[in-house]
Ligand binder design. Structure first.
Ligand code: XMP
Length: 327
């Protein structure tokens, strides 16, 4: 499939049956395209790259080399889930790079949001490139490009998922099996490929990860508070049946502290901010009216289970004027 234009006649993939037909067609197309050569994929664990990985494993097995870079800014358990599903269950040829220290060292004392984004994006490309250079005989680069990426960029957004590789790294071609699909179709294809719902129905997660939710200069203690509080929020939303009702939800740990008392002693600890939004296209967003009992349960758990936190707040601000993320 070389065209970047979705044919008018292409049916919308809404059922597992249609997804299976699409998968069969793509398996054959990929086999024809790459022959017995190897393909490299940056597997972030997001919906698009995960579905591409599962599809390519089905098509070419170990000829696919997946690289998962853990930048230390993933949600709790996310890198572990990628390893469990792809390495253990699907027996993928997967290289896992724990680059946490490398990223966090580069981010020490960096508080400007745009500079943080640039450092995280740039470092990601460097780590991926270093790994790619170590590998021999890789002919193709696979990408989780989807149709909205093509429409938004009019086809010029190259290397969408890896943020751009240097020009001297030449590949024979790109493998982009879901590039004509919309997001909802990618999810159906993922389900047909047997990926678990929590991976396929995952919320959007910004490329810079928790970096934009640990405001100002990132510190390891606040990052830990962020990861732990976020895990509690997800667990309690799940228990309350909110996971599929609220579009996106997460916690934020800002870079200021406030006074509290714990065990009769004065403390000076972080607040945790709960952010939950509903939206259609992320251009504007509203804040759901959550049950007080759910908010209270989350608050109680965060205050008793997460070290260094003495306050929990619920962000009531719609977009606009607030953005969904804090940075
Ligand atoms: P904002 O904060 O702009 O977010 O209201 C809108 C949506 O985009 C996500 N987001 C990002 N996604 N890289 C991404 O891939 C980013 O740098 C980034 N920043 C924000 C955000 O999570 C929300 O869903």
């Amino acid at each position: 499939m070389n065209s970047n234009k979705r044919p008018d006649s292409m049916v919308r993939i809404t059922t597992l049956e249609l997804a299976n037909a699409f998968i069969d067609e793509q398996v054959e197309a990929v086999r024809n395209q790459v022959g017995n050569k190897s393909v490299l994929l940056a597997l972030s664990g997001g919906v698009d790259s995960s579905v591409v990985a599962a599809l390519l494993i089905k098509a070419i097995g170990k000829q696919l080399v997946c690289v998962h870079v853990n930048h230390g800014l993933m949600r709790k358990g996310e890198s572990e889930q990628v390893l469990e599903i792809f390495k253990n269950r699907l027996d993928a040829n997967l290289i896992y790079i724990d680059a946490t220290d490398r990223f966090l060292d580069k981010l020490v004392d960096v508080s400007d949001p745009e500079t943080k984004r640039k450092i995280i994006g740039g470092e990601f490309v460097r780590v991926f490139e270093e790994e790619a250079r170590k590998l021999e005989g890789i002919a193709f680069l696979a990408q989780g490009t989807i149709y909205p990426d093509i429409i938004e960029s009019k086809g010029v957004k190259a290397h969408h998922n890896v943020g751009g590789l240097p020009d001297d790294m030449k590949f024979e071609g790109l493998v982009e099996p879901v590039k004509l699909l919309y997001k909802d179709e990618v999810r159906v294809v993922g389900k047909a490929l047997g990926l678990p719902a929590e991976m396929v129905d995952r919320q959007p997660f910004p490329g810079p990860g928790l970096g934009v939710r640990c405001t100002g200069a990132i510190t390891r203690d606040r990052l830990r508070a962020l990861r732990d509080s976020d895990a509690i929020l997800r667990e309690e939303f799940d228990k309350a049946g909110l996971t599929n009702k609220v579009w996106q939800f997460f916690t934020v740990v800002p870079d200021f502290r406030s006074t509290g008392v714990r065990d009769g002693k004065r403390v000076f600890d972080w607040p945790v901010i709960i952010r939950a939004v509903n939206t259609v296209d992320a251009m504007s967003a509203t804040v759901p009216e959550l049950e007080w009992s759910v908010l209270k349960k989350i608050t109680d758990r965060i205050l008793s289970e997460v070290d260094g936190v003495c306050r929990v707040l619920y962000d009531l601000s719609p977009k606009a004027p607030a953005t969904i993320e804090w940075e």
